[in-house]
Ligand binder design. Structure first.
Ligand code: KIV
Length: 265
């Protein structure tokens, strides 16, 4: 299979194809995404909530992200893999941000990094892209700022908020970002931003008119108890898995497993 690159993504958008992105956090998920034709993957810092048991994304470290991204790359060598810069890996200084983004690409084989923030990060995005690090922007709801915003809320419902989202998107594009995630902005605003940009918008909770969609894999598969309004569960895998595990436990206890075919003589 041919390696997916930023040019593949640009070609798909010019051919009016919707971009499909999912998060993936390990080699098995990456392989499953590839076999489903989802070759555009985000190793999100949402790993903190989906796999590491935290209540939000703030505790996730560079080490966590490096390990999960390297696993995704091993599972899907041809996929386009985006490394999500974790909280405080790029906010402290541009120097630290460059070192961390460089390490993300060098040590995991990721194709790009993503960082949360708008126009205030445009100078950093310009530095990164200038140095050869492809950057995906992320505006709208910013989970790393949950403690400042007082919760996870739709962004851009009022005029000033909507203007800010548009200005942020344009500033990131101008700085060289190859795509921008729009998280939880009203559908009409996402449509307007998408129409005004030449780079693709990737929506999550931002309606039907973005250039593509990204979803958290555990939401798609029904592995988390909480179901966000913007997500659709395509399978109740959590229920199926706990049913299977219960059957295993029952069979060991009752002596049904292991059977003869599972035994070496
Ligand atoms: O970490 C993540 O999964 C994300 C998506 C919500 C876009 O940033």
């Amino acid at each position: 299979m041919k390696k997916v690159t930023v040019s593949t993504l640009a070609k798909r958008v010019s051919a009016d194809e919707k971009l499909v992105m999912s998060t993936a956090y390990d080699a098995i998920q990456a392989k499953l995404c590839m076999s489903a034709g989802i070759d555009f993957m985000l190793v999100g810092d949402s790993v903190g909530m989906t796999h590491l048991g935290y209540g939000n994304t703030l505790p996730v470290t560079m080490e966590d992200m490096l390990a999960h991204t390297a696993a995704v790359r091993r599972g899907a060598p041809e996929a386009f893999v985006v490394f999500d810069m974790p909280f405080m890996s790029y906010q402290q200084s541009d120097e630290a941000a460059m070192v961390n983004a460089g390490a993300a690409l060098k040590t995991t084989g990721a194709d790009a990094v993503k960082l949360e923030g708008g126009a205030e990060y445009a100078p950093l995005v310009r530095k990164m892209t200038g140095a050869g690090i492809p950057v995906m922007g992320h505006i709208g709801l910013l989970p790393q700022r949950v403690q400042v915003c007082g919760g996870y809320k739709v962004v851009g419902r009022d005029e000033a908020g909507a203007r800010q989202v548009l200005e942020d998107a344009l500033a990131l594009q101008e700085a060289g970002a190859f795509a921008v995630v729009l998280e939880c902005v009203p559908e009409n605003l996402a449509r307007e931003v998408t129409a005004k940009l030449y780079i693709p918008t990737i929506g999550i909770g931002s309606g039907r008119y973005c250039s593509g969609q990204v979803q958290v894999i555990t939401d798609l598969l029904g592995l988390m108890e909480f179901k966000p309004k913007h997500a659709k569960r395509y399978i109740e895998a959590g229920e199926l898995i706990s049913g299977a595990l219960k059957q295993y436990a029952d069979e060991v206890k009752s002596g049904v497993f292991p059977a003869e075919e599972n035994t070496f003589q």
